[in-house]
Design a protein around this ligand. Structure first.
Ligand code: NAG
Ligand code: NAG
Ligand code: NAG
Ligand code: NAG
Ligand code: NAG
Ligand code: NAG
Length: 268
């Protein structure tokens, strides 16, 4: 069983990776960042199953059984009616490898998965949605919780990663909402707004300093994880990372072309 604290710790690792561009390889198959609507395959971590292996896949802090397979009798059971049927028609269990595929991922499918090969091995994999957002300095940006309404027992935690630590900037517990905008030397003061209908967080008059990783952890019935990579650009003419690279390459090409033309001019 995984506790809320463990989940937070694992999530911190996700953010750490995200922020330092070191996602691949370092933590192996423990972390999967996906976009809404993606499919993902969770690896059982075994290359080969043995004849009498029994494989279980469990989901969430409450460790709900969602899929099971006995290799001996080649019997697979998908419990896709659990948790309000959120996994219905979305699960496939590979009878050769025991890996679990989830298709058409929504916020409801994020969180922690446990793959257990009884008496042999087990793996915990964290699945989170990752949104990349690019916003112009001075604008407001809304980080969308993906919820349409929030209930009494939904706990919504917004965090920001600064100086290698996750700082809670806003929290909603029961009917209380708190925005901690004097954390980090008050840099967010009067600039954070939590929507009391959807739990979405708005950052007003964003500065380049505000760029980085924001995280949403929802505990309670709607348990889910979401990460936001926010980049802030200076003027209408600049842009996100990819565009910045393209621009750099383009200006390098223009530079090279200019030199070639100059040399050609001089020679002739
Ligand atoms: C699953 O894990 C096995 C063993 O670690 C590895 O050989 C295989 O490439 C993995 N498959 C995927 C899709 O990651
Ligand atoms: C697998 O085997 C175990 C023990 O024999 C049994 O309890 C379980 O129901 C079986 N599951 C499937 C999916 O056949
Ligand atoms: C497969 O598992 C299900 C549920 O555990 C069980 O009802 C069924 O009899 C099993 N079938 C075989 C062929 O073992
Ligand atoms: C797991 O190990 C226990 C004790 O060693 C044994 O009783 C049990 O049958 C094993 N289960 C499987 C599925 O191999
Ligand atoms: C939500 O916030 C608005 C203004 O920010 C306020 O008027 C409204 O009463 C609040 N609703 C609830 C349910 O707290
Ligand atoms: C936005 O923030 C800058 C400092 O970062 C400040 O100079 C400016 O007045 C702010 N604009 C608004 C509309 O609050």
């Amino acid at each position: 069983m995984i506790s809320g604290l463990k989940l937070l710790k694992m999530f911190w690792i996700v953010l750490f990776c995200l922020c330092f561009w070191r996602l691949d390889g370092v933590f192996g198959d423990e972390i999967k960042l996906v976009k809404l609507g993606d499919s993902v395959t969770l690896n059982s971590s075994l290359t080969e199953l043995m004849d009498d292996d029994q494989i279980l896949w469990r989901f969430g802090i409450k460790n709900i059984l969602i899929a099971e397979m006995n290799v001996t009798d080649d019997n697979i059971t998908l419990y896709d009616d659990v948790l309000d049927g959120r996994f219905r028609d979305r699960l496939t269990l590979d009878d050769q490898t025991g890996s679990l595929t989830i298709t058409d991922i929504t916020m409801k499918h994020t969180g922690v998965y446990h793959g257990i090969v009884i008496n042999r091995t087990s793996v915990s994999i964290l699945l989170a949605i990752n949104d990349e957002i690019s916003v112009q300095k001075g604008d407001s940006v809304t980080l969308n919780s993906g919820l349409t309404e929030i209930m009494h027992d939904d706990q919504i935690n917004w965090m920001y990663k600064a100086e290698n630590a996750l700082t809670t900037v806003s929290i909603k517990r029961a009917d209380r909402m708190t925005v901690y905008d004097d954390v980090l030397g008050g840099r967010f003061r009067n600039r954070l707004k939590l929507d009391n209908q959807t739990g979405s967080l708005t950052i007003i008059n964003i500065t380049t300093e505000d760029a980085g990783c924001y995280a949403l952890l929802i505990l309670g019935p709607k348990e889910s994880l979401k990460a936001f990579s926010v980049s802030v650009y200076n003027s209408v003419h600049c842009c996100g990372f990819t565009e910045a690279v393209i621009r750099l390459v383009l200006s390098a090409l223009v530079g090279v072309a200019t030199v070639i033309i100059l040399v050609y001019d001089i020679r002739s």
